[in-house]
Design a protein around this ligand. Sequence first.
Ligand SMILES: [Zn+2]
Length: 282
Amino acid sequence: MKLNNANADTFVPDGADIGRALARTTHMAVTAHQDDIEIMAYHGIAECFGLPDKWFTGVVVTDGAGSPRAGIYEQYTDEQMKQVRVREQRKAAYVGDYSCQLQLGYPSSAAKDPCNTAIRDELHAVFAACRPEVVYLHNLADKHETHIGVAMHCLAALRRLSAGERPKKVYGCEVWRNLDWLGDDRKQALPASSRENIGAAVVAVFDSQITGGKRYDLATAGRRLANATYYASHATDVETALTFAMDLTPLIDDPSLSPADYVTGFIDEFRADVQKKLGRFA
Ligand SMILES: [Zn+2]
């Protein structure tokens, strides 16, 4: 598959032909930045790890420019930093036993642009080549504008697939804003307890970010543990790590459904729940 940008990167850890690596994909995550996949979609990585009939493919849309830098990375130019981030993403793909890792190399400004049809067209081509059963995207209440831009481009691209090509399940996952506020009957609670070693390792390889002063490794493990512990107040924990997601599948099945209306519906339910509990004491 020929990618649009000259700086785009394709990596197949087991050396398979790229066409085969995309076609065997069953689980796929598309994120804005290097390391987002490993923070939010470990469920998919773990579901596929080491199995002959399940394969995880990761797609990172932006080029990693403008990342914070400290320590050995402090003097790096934007160009050098982009290269470091591409290498780190390859390391995660290798450790996580991915089928394929694509890094599309767009600037953040392009991902945030609602009118950028090049990204949508390219994502549509990638989805059509992979035809995954399960897709992990950023959730639509994320506070990072680039995450929202990428998720919305992905939804538009998925809606263009024919009914037979569409994934069975599309999850909107946690990075910059967790989903504890979703009603328990709305939460998609994705187990992330298996192979804690691999779950930790795929986040830990992003040294430039963690050394840069952001302990994503500890924060990600902490959020997963907190999710598992606080998920159900009256039951003992079955999982020791959970990632939460919102179900975005209805937006693919019904292209006339407005993403904004769909997500604010969850917020209305949250508001109604708080009002109901307090209202008894009014
Ligand atoms: Zn990100």
